[in-house]
Design a protein around this ligand. Sequence first.
Ligand code: FNR
Length: 181
Amino acid sequence: MNIVAIVGSLRKDSYNRKIAEFMKNRYKEKMDIEILNIGNLPLFSEDIEDDPPTVVKEFKNQIKSSEGILFVTPEYNHSIPGALKNALDWCSRVDRVMKDKPTFIVGASNGNVGTARCQAHLRQVLNSGGISAIDLPGNQILIANVQDHFDKEGNFIDERTIKYLDRVVDNYIKWAEKLKS
Ligand code: FNR
């Protein structure tokens, strides 16, 4: 499967980015994950939505040609990081490139609720008429106290979470393949 991954954090040493990279490597036999850059997208404006800058066109084309979308995101102020919301707003208009795409959400934060509030908001946005992406209910990963899941060298090392991730990824692939047929 050809999957695009959108990371909600722009931070250089982002745990969420490291998890996306970990997944790209661990599941390479099952999915080809391409991690997209949302940090260079301009702020959305209706004034330029019909003929947006090249960087937006390229971003939307990558999503359009994908078979699914993986979100790996932290929670900011009990919600979705602004950079991620901006990317979603671009995708909600004109050619609506996320429509009917199977999505799945992984979220890691350093708080105790592991992005639960962000994920609830993200799902609501993905279900909006403009975006109309779909997800497999219950098939999600919430990683609380994310700093405790990495070693000093920055490797994702929590075996229990990794085993759970294996299951959720398999569920996602099975579901997304079924949707195609
Ligand atoms: C946070 N953080 C945070 N954590 C949380 O569990 N709930 C929250 O509402 C917030 N809010 C918040 C707002 C802003 C602006 C920042 C910068 C951070 C902490 C956050 O979980 C932590 O910085 C993560 O490490 C961010 O993820 P990355 O950048 O490591 O992927």
